[in-house]
Design a protein around this ligand. Structure first.
Ligand SMILES: Cc1ncc(COP(=O)(O)O)c(C=O)c1O
Length: 353
């Protein structure tokens, strides 16, 4: 085992004890609320971490892309996989059918009739049965049918197509009160028609804190909480100490009394800003402001800090959005007590198709 200080920078590290606590805490929380835990693996893209989540009690995993399902199926991480993306086109539907043969329980989602018909035709051609959830837009304004009536109509249509089996509804993220109102109205329509809805799948890391406000949910999909990041801390649902992913970066320049430059730029920390004011949180200098990134430099304003780093000092930066940092590097390093215990290849890195 090498010492953490021997890692070349920039290096994406995962503090193993912090991650293990995050996995345990989220599992216990969802179990306490009677919800199935279906972690989203897009955050880590590492089968070994998926296996830890399964061992802690997850009912299955969530993947966003076919390529992720392929990597996780190869590693036999879970028998139960939910793919939360509209799958379109001959090449992709064929890959999906190949996966449906390999994964004991593979559930898909869609929000429109074009996808439903393509999946049905492929499933019928391959003599396969596919379980599906209807994706509902309950306030995020991304994908998803727009109204409970549309959810009901799409489910009714798709149930009649060969090879498709209706299992329920899903949304991302849970929003109070929109998600509750949407699902209450949709479930009433299904009940009126005598159509069972065994699965109602919600999601999101900040939404973990409010799962009790959505009594109709049967499971929850959270991804970011395995590591946590600056966005989660800003939402009030984690502390800096609960952030397992930290980018080790070296101070390579101190051009002025206030300015320091780190060797991790947008090619590691990424340009994701969302509503944050800077590009990460420097653990050793909490008042520092990561003001600008270029590809290989982070320009940090240390003017608010009583102490300032020297050239050559290594700092740990909690990124704004850990899920995208995952996709930037070939390996992440699992660390504990100052030692590097494991170097994990990010096996599903770049698997965006
Ligand atoms: C469909 C879906 N489910 C679940 C999640 C997990 O959300 P979070 O990363 O906030 O935990 C995401 C995140 O992008 C998502 O797109």
């Amino acid at each position: 085992m090498t010492a953490i200080t021997e890692l070349e920078t920039p290096a994406v590290t995962v503090h193993l004890d912090v991650m293990a606590d995050n996995i345990r805490r989220v599992q216990a929380h969802l179990t306490r609320h009677g919800l199935g835990n279906r972690p989203h693996i897009k955050t880590h893209k590492i089968p070994a971490i998926g296996q830890m989540q399964m061992a802690a009690g997850a009912v299955g995993i969530t993947c966003q892309k076919l390529g992720e399902v392929e990597v996780f199926a190869d590693a036999k991480v879970a028998d139960d996989v939910l793919l939360t993306y509209n799958i379109l086109g001959a090449a992709k539907t064929e890959r999906l059918m190949a996966l449906a043969r390999r994964v004991p329980r593979l559930t898909v989602v869609f929000d429109n009739e074009v996808v439903a018909r393509e999946l049905s035709a492929a499933a019928a051609r391959h003599h396969l049965d596919l379980e599906f959830l209807v994706e509902c837009d309950t306030g995020f304004r991304r994908t998803g049918v727009q109204t409970p009536d549309e959810a009901f109509a799409l489910a009714r249509l798709a149930r009649k197509l060969p090879g498709l089996h209706f299992k329920g509804l899903m949304t991302f993220p849970n929003r109070d009160p929109d998600t509750r109102e949407f699902f209450e109205r949709a479930l009433a329509l299904f009940k009126q028609d005598g159509i069972p809805v065994p699965v109602v799948s919600g999601g999101g890391t900040p939404a973990l804190a409010t799962v009790d406000r959505f009594p109709m949910l049967t499971e929850h999909r959270a991804g970011t909480c395995v590591y946590n990041d600056a966005m989660v801390v800003s939402s009030g649902t984690a502390t800096w100490d609960q952030c397992a992913m930290r980018v080790r970066a070296t101070v390579v320049s101190r051009p002025t009394a206030d300015r320091g430059v780190l060797d991790a730029g947008s090619k590691v920390l990424t340009s994701d800003l969302y509503h944050m004011k800077g590009y990460g949180h420097v653990m050793e200098y909490p008042e520092a402001h990561v003001a600008h990134l270029s590809e290989e430099h982070a320009v940090v304003d240390f003017s608010a800090c009583a102490a300032r780093p020297k050239v050559g000092e290594v700092v740990n930066v909690v990124p704004n959005h850990c899920c995208v940092v995952t996709n930037m590097v070939d390996e992440v390093y699992g660390v504990r007590n100052g030692r590097v215990e494991v170097a994990w290849p990010v096996a599903a890195r770049g698997r965006v198709q």
